[in-house]
Ligand binder design. Structure first.
Ligand SMILES: Nc1ncnc2c1ncn2[C@@H]1O[C@H](COP(=O)(O)OP(=O)(O)OP(=O)(O)O)[C@@H](O)[C@H]1O
Ligand SMILES: [Mg+2]
Length: 130
């Protein structure tokens, strides 16, 4: 479960599109006005939940997010709409505008996501060396 936190227009959906592209999803990941969760199929199933319009945090239970996350990747925009209801194990990515670009801060909760960050660090050291 990936949680994308950032102000309006900070780039959460664009980052979700990048994840979709990386997983060979053919259509762009988008938020829709009426559905809170959209599903895409690439190398893995990608589910994109935009909680911006969530009226109350408890509504998140109706979405069954933990269940649908199991076979693929679940991305949640606006997790702060339902902090306490979201699974405690996740990767939180905070996005802040920085000039023309963005600064991302990654925070892992739970061993699975800690390992993911370690892999990313190893990978970026390898790229830096190459
Ligand atoms: N990494 C980036 N570098 C530069 N510009 C970006 C980046 N990511 C997004 N943008 C710009 O910010 C705009 C808004 O991005 P996006 O729709 O992804 O924001 P959002 O956080 O999903 O907004 P909302 O809170 O409304 O859902 C994009 O149209 C794009 O022009
Ligand atoms: Mg968005």
């Amino acid at each position: 479960m990936l949680l994308f936190q950032g102000e309006l227009g900070s780039g959460k959906t664009v980052l979700a599109q990048g994840v979709g592209e990386g997983l060979a999803v053919r259509e762009p990941v988008k938020s829709s006005s009426f559905v809170l969760v959209n599903e895409y199929h690439g190398r893995l199933t990608v589910q994109h939940a935009d909680l911006y319009r969530l009226e109350e945090a408890a509504q998140v239970f109706d979405l069954g997010l933990e269940e649908i996350a199991a076979p693929g990747v679940l991305i949640v925009e606006w997790p702060e709409r339902a902090w306490d209801e979201l699974p405690p194990e996740h990767l939180l990515i905070r996005i802040v505008e920085a000039g023309d670009g963005r600064t991302l801060t990654l925070e892992a909760k739970g061993s699975r996501y800690e390992e993911l960050i370690e892999q990313l660090q190893r990978r970026s050291r390898q790229v830096a060396k190459a």
